[in-house]
Design a protein around this ligand. Structure first.
Ligand SMILES: [Zn+2]
Length: 272
């Protein structure tokens, strides 16, 4: 990591206890810092979740940002951009501002929204409009092209899930929702919920061995349901002003318990 101010390189040190915190002394008159750093993605599960393979990238902004301490994350404005291989496709809950070849720049928004809006990109990618109105998208990034070749009969219960959730909840707490699915044996992670998207790592044979995978399909209903239960509405003590403050989980039985309950009910109702 390098930190520069007015053409001068500044020394920094890592906090010995809070390992994601960095300390530095800014010279007087300095109003802006330029920070560059490299993120070394894990190459084996023993180092952490693998988030990048030769065919798939799960870009989790939380590992890509440095922000000033002492501010509410919703008050910190971020203009995120990403440069991807030219033949890759991607999906992300953030609103696109400028798309210039392989470089995409998103509209300026708050840090908490950026960190909560991971980007999924891949070489073998498929993007499917689930509600026919561009409101909910199923995005598939696969290790190999044939793994993303879902049939319409396989897509249909995912469409039904959107209809059943509308019927249950009445209104959506988002304008657009991106279901980000990696069909991979390499990529790490399982299911992670967000307000406008969810990340699911499914078996690479999720579609090609469809009949064998019924038991793993309720994760779609579970993660989608978290947009309502856990994100739009969350346990009072699980809210914090910034990402460096620990959350409390006294209402985890609602956050996960009710989501798991409705996930199983809706998986059945939708035919998953
Ligand atoms: Zn959950």
């Amino acid at each position: 990591m390098e930190i520069w101010a007015g053409g001068e390189r500044l020394d920094w040190r890592r906090d010995p206890v809070r390992v994601h915190a960095f300390h530095l002394v800014t010279p007087p008159d300095v109003t802006a810092l330029e920070v560059t750093f490299q993120f070394l993605s894990p190459t084996s599960p023993s180092q952490g979740d693998i988030c990048m393979t030769p065919a798939i990238l799960a870009l989790r902004w939380g590992a890509m940002v440095l922000y000033p301490a002492g501010y509410f994350s919703r008050r910190i404005r971020v203009r995120a951009s990403v440069l991807l291989p030219s033949d890759w496709q991607w999906a992300c809950a953030l609103e696109t501002d400028v798309c210039d070849g392989s470089q995409t720049t998103f509209k300026t928004t708050s840090l908490d929204v950026v960190v909560d809006s991971p980007l999924l990109a891949g070489r073998h990618f498929r993007r499917i409009d689930l509600d026919g109105a561009g409101g909910v998208w199923l995005n598939l990034a696969a290790d190999f092209p044939e793994q993303a070749q879902a049939t319409e009969a396989q897509i249909e219960p995912h469409r039904a899930l959107v209809r059943e959730m509308d019927a249950l909840m009445g209104a959506r707490p988002f304008d657009r929702f991106e279901i980000l699915v990696a069909l991979s044996e390499e990529l790490g992670g399982g299911g992670v919920e967000h307000h406008g998207s969810c990340e699911i790592v499914a078996p690479s044979r999720y579609f090609t061995a469809w009949d064998a995978n019924a038991a793993s399909r309720d994760v779609f209903a579970h993660e989608y349901g978290h947009a309502w239960n856990g994100k739009f509405r969350r346990g009072a003590d699980s809210w914090t002003p910034s990402f460096d403050r620990p959350i409390r989980n006294s209402l985890m039985w609602v956050y996960e318990g009710m989501t798991q309950y409705w996930g199983e009910v809706l998986a059945v109702r939708s035919g998953l």
